[in-house]
Write a protein that binds this ligand. Structure first.
Ligand SMILES: [Zn+2]
Length: 505
């Protein structure tokens, strides 16, 4: 056993882009981050398609493109001929993630807040689930860690219900809750980094993504709904919150032992969202989708339970009981007559469009081309749609699971118009589907690297699929041949006093 092994600390800032960080650095809000960037390497890092939290973090962990894993979304279909979708579980990571390879080579791993880690993964080390966890499962592995975290934070917290109307009535309450949660997570990470054994620590902050969704129109001066006088007070609070994050980053950096490589990354970028496209309504208008006509669907239709603007009511208990228990209509598929439709958009969590051809649709020669053609012509037909980008599975992915991809993925207005599955009175709305959401995802995220032996430079053409091979290569763990990314390590000269455990580096 080598005593002073190599160490990497990765801090994931979900949804953060340079468009967000640069003004904050310029205005002196992110002093520590600015200094880390100046002394280290940085660059833009491209996400997968679609740039969405769960599949992106999954791609980071595995170094595999969605065509090899079947993970295109938080919910994915299980077979080519089915429209049944199932949520990603921690099991999907098994045997192919960075932490598996490191664990097998004797390295201790710490995971914190990684999306979809519920129940917490039993890694060689420790794992704390993220805010998307199920309350049925313990927060952390190993047993006893949850109690420790509760003790040191005075009751661990990591979740905010963004749909809570109180945040729209008084945005100060959002910042109060957010700052409290951020401080607890920061304290938990510092505690784990200091007290536990680890060679590789990967912590993810999801709240940075909540901030861009909630606050984009206030901080992004290019946002169509940006109103400078109305933004002034919110911006002050926004800066205070980022200053808390920056202070944590500075403290963490000085706490990490010499020779620890620090990486700060995001899974995707972010940008303004100002409109919504209702894919199933559009398919219905085109004559390619039919709704079910049962009494439950008629009641649901009359009460607008699957209406574009009903999202804001999802938090309501009465609404949920009515939908789920009385009508037993749990998702949009219960509203659609799949047998009589040619194309549908099943539930998805991504902000891009995802269309599936039904069995009947697949039988019609050239039908997918026709759909693609109609989507491409949307800018000429609908005011407010400026661009449509189409991603066909066979051109976008490679691997044995390409067939599980939606048949067409598309982005409108460069992801500035979200694509929804709910029905609406018209296919396009010039306002966001959720009243509180003014920001969304974009393909370009961030990469920052810092530590001994790192020479300042700008890195070009980084991709999130490069993360897993880069990390494994740093530890001299052989990079599996099926990984899609490349080891990008030219910017660091590893400290020779800290050899690899395998002894080969
Ligand atoms: Zn994300």
């Amino acid at each position: 056993m080598v005593k002073n092994s190599r160490k990497i600390f990765v801090l994931g800032l979900d949804g953060v882009s340079w468009d967000q960080l640069n003004p904050l650095m310029k205005e002196g809000v992110l002093k520590n981050l600015k200094s880390i960037c100046a002394k280290g390497v940085s660059g833009r890092m491209e996400s997968i398609i679609p740039p969405e939290t769960v599949p992106a973090w999954f791609a980071i962990a595995t170094g595999l493109n969605p065509g090899k894993t079947g993970v295109f979304d938080y919910v994915n279909r299980t077979s080519r001929d089915s429209h049944t979708i199932v949520p990603l579980s921690p099991n999907c990571y098994s045997q192919r993630s960075i932490w598996d390879y490191l664990g097998k080579n004797g390295y201790e791993v710490g995971l914190f807040g990684y999306p979809t880690m519920s129940p917490p993964l039993e890694v060689q080390g420790f794992c704390v689930s993220g805010p998307d966890r199920s309350w049925e499962h313990p927060l952390a592995f190993p047993e006893g860690l949850e109690q420790e975290l509760n003790d040191i934070t005075g009751g661990y917290e990591d979740h905010i219900n963004l749909r809570n109307p109180k945040y729209r009535k008084d945005i100060d309450t959002f910042f109060t809750d957010l700052n409290r949660i951020i401080k607890k997570q920061c304290n938990a990470i510092k505690y784990l980094a200091e007290k536990k054994n680890w060679d590789f620590f990967f912590a993810v902050f999801t709240f940075t993504d909540w901030m861009e969704h909630m606050l984009c129109k206030y901080y992004d001066t290019s946002h169509p709904d940006h109103d400078p006088p109305a933004s002034r007070e919110v911006l002050k609070k926004y800066h205070e919150t980022w200053a808390i994050i920056d202070e944590f980053i500075g403290g963490l950096k000085s706490m990490l032992s010499e020779g620890t490589l620090m990486m700060i990354i995001s899974d995707h970028g972010s940008g303004p969202v100002a409109s919504a496209f209702y894919a199933n309504t559009w398919l219905e208008r085109m004559g390619w989708l039919r709704k079910k006509r049962g009494w439950k669907q008629r009641v649901a239709g009359n009460l607008k339970l699957f209406d574009g603007k009903s999202h804001s009511r999802y938090g309501s208990r009465v609404f949920r009981i009515l939908r789920n228990r009385i009508l037993k209509i749990k998702n949009i598929m219960d509203m659609i007559d799949v047998e009589s439709s040619l194309a549908i958009s099943p539930d998805h969590n991504v902000m891009a469009g995802c269309l599936h051809l039904t069995q009947a649709g697949k039988k019609i020669p050239g039908f997918r081309d026709k759909l693609v053609q109609e989507l491409r012509e949307l800018p000429q037909k609908i005011d407010g749609i400026e661009s449509v980008e189409i991603y066909l599975p066979e051109e976008t992915y490679h691997g044995e699971c390409v067939g599980l991809s939606p048949d067409i993925i598309f982005a409108i207005n460069k992801y500035g118009c979200t694509v929804e599955v709910d029905f609406n009175d018209k296919p396009f709305s010039a306002s966001p589907s959720l009243p509180w959401r003014s920001g969304g995802h974009a393909p370009m995220g961030i990469f920052i690297g810092s530590g001994d032996g790192v020479a300042p430079q700008t890195l070009e053409r980084l991709h999130i699929l490069d993360m897993a091979p880069t990390i494994l290569a740093f530890y001299c763990v052989p990079v599996p041949a099926n990984m899609d990314g490349n080891a990008r390590l030219s910017w660091v000269t590893p400290n020779q006093d800290r050899p690899c455990r395998s002894g080969s580096g």
